[in-house]
Design a protein around this ligand. Structure first.
Ligand SMILES: Cc1cc2nc3c(=O)[nH]c(=O)nc-3n(C[C@H](O)[C@H](O)[C@H](O)COP(=O)(O)OP(=O)(O)OC[C@H]3O[C@@H](n4cnc5c(N)ncnc54)[C@H](O)[C@@H]3O)c2cc1C
Ligand code: HEM
Length: 403
């Protein structure tokens, strides 16, 4: 709980902090990276360049202050904290790094807001920061303990690439086993790992998350990576390009344990998996898992892609459909001309997904994954058709959530 005195000060200064949120976090990152250049290796330079990560952190701190002072319209904070904590845990963030972030964040507030920032204002925002930080540190400690990570957030383990398969022009799968020959940890369908790579020249280490696309419980892990191409003069994706072009069978990659709070299978009832493009990776883990654990479960897979030839891993669908007795498949290909796939019983439509035509079984648990506008469209359509909000889970392949 925020103290009464601090709550009043935070309420009074919240509009100014909100108004300057982006300037404050911009200044914060600059200060922090100047003082701790080693942190550049754990932050995502792509997100820094596009401003996405700045927006995510600013939004989280300000929204939490709003929440503590009675605003934010009762937004449930549990899922937001879980998302951040899982992401942090996959990056090996430690409790000892929180004072660094806190110090530079508060100093940045002072720099941007100037004289308005009295010692009382600093104390009040410090309290907000630490209430949030303590929530995250506690969650992250539980996640580390659950994953058997030793103190100090030592999450990294070397994994050897034993297979590299070109799935489509833009997508490649890597099959990985622990380089030390040790056991392969289990994971829940929908979970991801962080992958750390050392880029060439002075670009240092970069870390990205990839959902596990293979069967949980198998003797190896698999990730499927789409090559991100820069649009309108923006640079090509750093890590996806590196994985496509520079990583070969026999090489090793540093991987975190599996984390991620979003289940791709929900409970025991009907399941609706809706994906677009590379967003199919959690759904493929879910299908592989259910094929061996619950072959009779009613499952509908809805997938949208540019074309049949661009649909990664689709060659696995006929085999999955043989084992999953109640799997129905509905595909939307913008270019439906090359949609043939021997052995698959599927309805295939041309054009873009129409949420009104997605088959919805009453009581279904829904899992969405794909570009944010796609998920927003589908979620909106399903909500309008009476699917309860709490039955719709979604995974964003970047920072942030849908609303
Ligand atoms: C939970 C989770 C699961 C994920 N699962 C998968 C998965 O299964 N498969 C998969 O392929 N991906 C997945 N992703 C996405 C993945 O983590 C990466 O974000 C993706 O591979 C892009 O990383 P990159 O380093 O190649 O691109 P980045 O280098 O990070 O670039 C990202 C974007 O920023 C733009 N950009 C970079 N620098 C600038 C600049 N200076 N100016 C303007 N624009 C710029 C680039 O053009 C590009 O569009 C997942 C993400 C999350 C969070
Ligand atoms: C109270 C303190 C903090 C808050 C509120 C916070 C908030 C956030 C949020 C909202 C995200 C985006 C999560 C998502 O993917 O949706 C994030 C990611 C991240 N955080 Fe934190 N964070 C805090 C502390 C820290 C600390 C101490 C570190 C370590 C130095 C850290 C490093 C990172 C990194 C590296 C990412 C991923 C960056 C990216 O992918 O662009 N954070 N954090």
């Amino acid at each position: 709980m925020l103290s009464e005195t601090s709550a009043a000060v935070v309420r009074a200064t919240l509009p100014a902090v909100q108004a300057h949120g982006e300037a404050i976090t911009g200044r914060f990152y600059q200060r922090m990276f100047d003082a701790h250049p080693e942190l550049l290796d754990i932050f995502n330079r792509g997100n820094q360049a596009t401003g996405q990560q700045k927006a995510a952190l600013a939004a989280a701190v300000v929204a939490y202050a709003d929440h503590l002072t009675g605003g934010a319209g009762g937004v449930p904070w549990g899922p937001i904290l879980d998302r951040i904590a899982h992401k942090h845990a996959s990056l090996g963030i430690t409790a000892t790094q929180y004072p660094i972030v806190g110090r530079h964040l508060l100093a940045a507030v002072g720099e941007v807001l100037g004289e308005a920032v009295t010692p009382e204002v600093v104390a009040a925002w410090d309290e907000v920061y630490w209430l949030l930080a303590c929530e995250l540190i506690a969650r992250e400690a539980r996640l580390y303990a659950g994953a058997g990570v030793p103190e100090g957030g030592a999450v990294w383990r070397e994994w050897r690439v034993v297979e590299k398969v070109r799935e489509t022009t833009d997508a490649v799968s890597f099959t990985l086993v622990p380089a030390d020959g040790g056991p392969v940890p289990g994971f829940a369908p929908g979970q991801y790992v962080s992958v750390a790579v050392d880029l060439d020249g002075d670009r240092g280490q970069q870390i990205r998350q990839y959902s596990l696309s293979g069967r949980p419980g198998a003797a190896h892990w698999r990730i499927t990576v789409k090559r991100v191409r820069g649009l309108d003069g923006a640079p090509d994706g750093m890590v996806s390009g590196f994985l496509h072009d520079r990583v070969a069978v026999g090489d090793t990659l540093r991987l975190s344990p599996p984390f991620g709070e979003i289940s791709a299978i929900g409970d025991d009832g009907p399941l609706l998996l809706v994906s677009a493009g590379i967003g199919l990776t959690p759904a493929m883990a879910a299908l592989a898992h259910l094929a061996s654990t619950a072959p009779e479960r009613p499952v509908t897979l809805v997938h949208a892609d540019r074309a049949g030839a661009a649909h990664a891993l689709r060659h696995e669908l006929p085999g999955l459909q043989e084992r999953l007795l109640n799997l129905s498949v509905r595909l939307w290909y913008e270019n439906a001309a090359d949609a043939e796939l021997t052995g698959l019983k599927a309805e295939i439509a041309g054009g873009l997904v129409d949420p009104a035509l997605i088959p919805v079984t009453p009581g279904a648990y829904v899992h969405l994954c794909g570009p944010v506008p796609f998920m927003a469209l589908v979620r909106g359509g399903l909500l309008r058709r009476g699917v309860p909000d709490e039955r719709i889970a979604y995974e964003v392949f970047g920072p942030g959530m849908l609303n």
